[in-house]
Design a protein around this ligand. Structure first.
Ligand code: XIL
Length: 405
């Protein structure tokens, strides 16, 4: 495709989204009305994007379509689902080029006590990935959430650095050479906490001050020099002022780390999206942000993509709305050469974390992921497949011992 073609493609896409953004921009007065308006917004969006077929050629799975463009596609999974549901496991291995344990590498599951580590579940998942020629990705070494019950009583200002360093040395060391990438620090920025540096008032910040981030990255690099080290965060995608503010703080954090020579290789954008929030999605602002991140010499990974949707509409209509968000988002993201990886947070609607957090009465099951609850490909799958087929080619960067081909 010529440069001119790309520019035209991008412009018509922006115009299309602009039309989408204009719809439903009415003032909302009450909660009841809000739900009603949300429904109208969805229907209006669908009027704009109606009857998109998302047709793709051939039956190739997502991992192959991605790999063809030098991209990586994969998903997160939970241990029980992977090992108690053979149909799911088989479909996972077919579609995914990378496996991310959804929670099994978090402190609360990995650390039964201050002195112990339990790698039994995550090791079995790593072996599953290896045996199916998938990459394995770690989530997450440092996070304010999912800390074990003993944490509060056993960790204090005196021992916090030693506890953190030991955790990272042991865990990243355990998988050294076998991990594609690590989310070294997750969700460290929270604008609402009102610090000038934007840092979240997390237990780690309270115990160690802002340096905990740098300590974490340096320790991870020493423990596993081959893994890509990632700063991962959410709510970076939309264009509300709070998202804008968050992007600014994250960029500042990344700039600061790079200027100090901290070993950091990529930004992870969680991308938990929604159909209604898509009216606040601004392609230009998003792609400007990606360029700013890339100009720091960082790669960008989409790490937890899913699209929630809570309307009481028929399935075909809901699937159209959800798949359109995937399409619009991925089209901007994959136009940026620094974006290397697309990971959905789960593969099948049978197992989505949203069923816990976004459950509402009288609403049909959620449909945020590429496969339906029966493990069949659905419109979201097509939208992702099409996005890969249309994506510009990039260089394959991964050089670790994983099975990426
Ligand atoms: C979620 C898991 O998917 C759930 O199974 C668990 O109960 C809670 O955590 N952002 C993150 C992930 O970084 O770790 C979260 O995962 C989803 C939001």
């Amino acid at each position: 495709m010529t440069k001119n073609h790309i520019r035209i493609k991008r412009r018509s896409f922006l115009v299309g989204l602009g039309a989408l953004a204009g719809v439903g921009a009415c003032t909302i007065s009450s909660k009841a009305k809000q739900v009603n308006d949300q429904t109208q917004t969805t229907q209006a969006q669908i009027t704009n994007v109606k009857n998109q077929k998302f047709s793709v050629t051939g039956e190739a799975p997502l991992r192959d379509r991605a790999a063809k463009k030098g991209l990586i596609f994969g998903a997160s999974a939970r241990y029980n689902n992977l090992f108690q549901d053979s149909k799911y496991a088989a479909r996972f291995a077919q579609e995914c080029g990378v496996l991310v344990p959804g929670s099994e590498l978090k402190w609360n599951l990995l650390r039964p006590s201050l002195d112990d580590f339990d790698f039994s579940k995550s090791d079995r998942m790593a072996e599953f990935a290896r045996s199916h020629k998938m990459l394995f990705r770690g989530h997450t070494l440092v996070w304010h959430a999912a800390l074990p019950k003993w944490f509060e009583n056993r960790v204090n200002r005196q021992n916090a650095e030693q506890v953190l360093v030991k955790h990272i040395k042991t865990v990243a060391g355990h998988y050294a050479g076998k991990m594609h990438s690590w989310d070294v620090v997750n969700e460290a920025i929270k604008v609402a906490d009102k610090r000038s540096d934007g840092l979240r008032k997390s237990p780690w910040l309270k115990l160690l001050g802002p340096d905990y981030i740098e300590i974490a990255f340096r320790t991870a690099a020493a423990a596993d020099p081959k893994a890509l080290l990632v700063y991962n965060d959410h709510r970076l995608e939309y264009s509300k002022s709070e998202n804008e503010a968050k992007r600014t703080k994250v960029l500042k954090l990344l700039e600061g780390l790079k200027s100090k020579g901290v070993p950091i290789h990529a930004l992870g954008m969680q991308a938990h999206l929604g159909v209604d929030a898509s009216k606040n999605f601004n392609p230009q602002k998003l792609s400007d942000f990606l360029k700013d991140v890339a100009s720091l010499g960082l790669k960008i990974m989409i790490t937890e993509l899913d699209v929630s949707e809570k309307h009481d509409l028929d399935i075909a209509t809901r699937d159209q709305a959800i798949a359109s968000v995937y399409k619009d988002f991925l089209s901007v993201m994959l136009d940026e050469p620094a974006v290397t990886t697309v990971i959905t947070w789960g593969l099948s609607d049978r197992y989505t974390w949203l069923s816990k957090t976004k459950k509402r009465p009288n609403i049909q099951e959620l449909r945020p992921l590429p496969l339906d609850a029966q493990m069949q490909r659905k419109l979201v799958w097509n939208a992702i497949a099409q996005a890969f087929d249309n994506a510009p080619m990039r260089k394959v960067e991964y050089e670790g011992d994983g099975a990426f081909s």
